[in-house]
Design a protein around this ligand. Structure first.
Ligand SMILES: [Zn+2]
Length: 367
C-alpha cells in the first residue's frame, strides 16, 4: 500500500490549496461584476445518474453533465440560493484554512435562521462541489458515518488501526476519512454487503465470518458516502467479488442500485462513489419459491410500493446494464408481494448464514 499512501498525500496537500484559490477567484469575479453594476451569471453543470428515456439512447453512463443551470441575481430564488452558497463557501474556506472537518448538520446550525432547512445547505454543498469540480470530502465536509464492517481485514485510517481480523465477528465503524485509509491487509475471499443492521448482527451472532472467509459491510439502510467510498476502495484494492443482500422490496432494490450506480443526489460525483462490480445475491422475488417462504411472510405491495417499482422500471441503466435485474423487478410487480430478508429465516434462525448465503455463492445463484 506504499504507492497508495504517496498518491493520497501528494494529491491531498495541493487539493486544499487549489480549492482555496478557486474560492478566491470565484468570489473576486462575483465582486467585480457587482462593483461594475453587472448582474453576475453563474453556470452550474447538471448531472443525473439515470434518465427515463425509453430508447436508452442517452449519455447517463458517460459521467458528463446533462445540461447547465443559470443562476442570476435577477430571480429572487436564485439570489437566495447564491447567498446560501456564499455563506457555506465561507465556512468551507475556514475549514480548509484551518485543516478542520465539519458535517453538513454542523454547517446548517451555523445559520439555521438563514438556511431554514438542511436540504438548502445540502444543495449549496453540491453546487460548490460542481463549481469547484471536486468531491464533498475535498471541502472537508464529512458525514458522521453510519456503516459497519467486520471480517478478515486489517487497515489503518491515519493513526487508528482497524484490526478486524483479530475478532472477525465484531462490528467496527466504517472509517470516515477514507482518503487516509492505508495498509489494507485481507484474507477474505469476497465482500458481502447487507442492507440492514439486523441482518449484519444476525451474521455476527452466527459467527458467519469464522465459517466463511469474507468481509461483511452494512450501510444500515441507504448507504452514506463514507460507506460507499470505503466499499469502492476495498473492491479496487483487493479485487474481490462483492455481493449485495437486500430486502425483496422496492427500497431494497433502490439501495442495491445506489451501491452499483450511485444516487441521483450525488450524481455529479458518481464516478467516485459507484461500485459497478457489485452483484445482487438476493433476495430475488423467485427466492420465495426456491427457499419455501410461507405465504404469511409475503406482504402485499402498497400503492406507494407499486408507484416506486413502476418509476424504477423506467431507469435507463437497468435495461442497458442489468436487464436481468429489471426482469426480477418486474416480477415483484407481477406477483404483487414483497418480503424481508429475515423471512428466509422462518425455517431456522441460522438459515441465512448456514444455507442461504453459502448456497447462493457456491451455486452462483447471483446476478
Ligand atoms: Zn439515461
Amino acid at each position: 500500500m506504499e504507492g497508495k499512501r504517496t498518491r493520497f498525500q501528494s494529491e491531498s496537500q495541493p487539493q486544499s490549496v487549489i480549492l482555496l484559490t478557486k474560492i478566491k477567484e470565484f468570489t473576486r469575479a462575483l465582486l467585480a461584476d457587482l462593483t461594475n453594476g453587472r448582474s453576475p451569471l453563474i453556470l452550474i453543470d447538471r448531472f443525473r445518474s439515470y434518465c427515463t428515456l425509453s430508447n436508452s439512447n442517452c449519455f447517463c453512463a458517460s459521467d458528463l453533465p446533462c445540461g447547465k443551470e443559470l443562476l442570476t441575481l435577477r430571480r429572487k430564488s436564485h439570489a437566495h440560493r447564491l447567498a446560501v452558497m456564499l455563506r457555506v463557501m465561507l465556512i468551507v474556506q475556514k475549514l480548509l484554512q484551518e485543516n478542520k472537518h465539519s458535517s453538513k448538520r454542523d454547517i446548517y446550525y451555523t445559520y439555521p435562521s438563514v438556511f431554514l432547512d438542511q436540504s438548502v445547505v445540502d444543495q449549496a454543498i453540491n453546487d460548490i462541489c460542481i463549481l469547484m469540480q471536486c468531491s464533498r470530502h475535498n471541502l472537508n465536509v464529512v458525514s458522521a458515518g453510519n456503516g459497519l464492517i467486520m471480517g478478515w481485514i486489517r487497515f489503518s485510517e491515519g493513526e487508528r488501526i482497524f484490526d478486524c481480523i483479530s475478532s472477525p465477528n465484531t462490528a467496527h465503524p466504517v472509517p470516515v476519512h477514507v482518503e487516509e485509509v492505508q495498509d489494507i491487509i485481507s484474507l477474505a475471499q469476497y465482500i458481502l454487503v447487507v442492507e440492514k443492521e439486523s441482518v449484519f448482527q444476525r451474521l455476527a451472532n452466527d459467527q458467519f465470518c469464522n465459517a466463511n472467509h469474507c468481509i461483511v459491510i452494512t450501510g444500515r439502510g441507504y448507504p452514506d458516502i463514507p460507506t460507499r467510498r470505503f466499499l469502492r476502495l476495498l473492491v479496487e484494492n483487493l479485487c474481490l467479488p462483492a455481493y449485495c443482500l437486500v430486502d425483496c422490496d422496492p427500497y431494497g432494490f433502490d439501495i442495491l442500485t445506489t451501491y452499483r450506480f450511485g444516487s441521483m443526489q450525488m450524481a455529479y460525483d458518481t464516478k467516485h462513489l459507484r461500485v459497478p462490480e457489485i452483484q445482487w445475491l438476493g433476495a430475488f422475488p423467485s427466492d420465495s419459491e426456491r427457499y419455501f417462504v410461507p405465504n404469511q411472510c409475503l406482504l402485499p405491495l402498497t400503492a406507494e410500493d407499486k408507484r416506486k417499482v413502476e418509476a424504477m422500471l423506467l431507469r435507463c441503466y437497468l435495461e442497458r446494464e442489468v436487464p436481468q435485474w429489471r426482469l426480477e423487478l418486474q416480477l415483484i410487480l407481477q406477483r404483487g408481494v414483497k418480503f424481508e430478508i429475515e423471512a428466509l429465516s422462518v425455517h431456522a434462525l441460522s438459515f441465512l448464514s448456514e444455507s442461504y448465503i453459502p448456497s447462493k455463492i457456491e451455486g452462483k445463484l447471483i446476478m
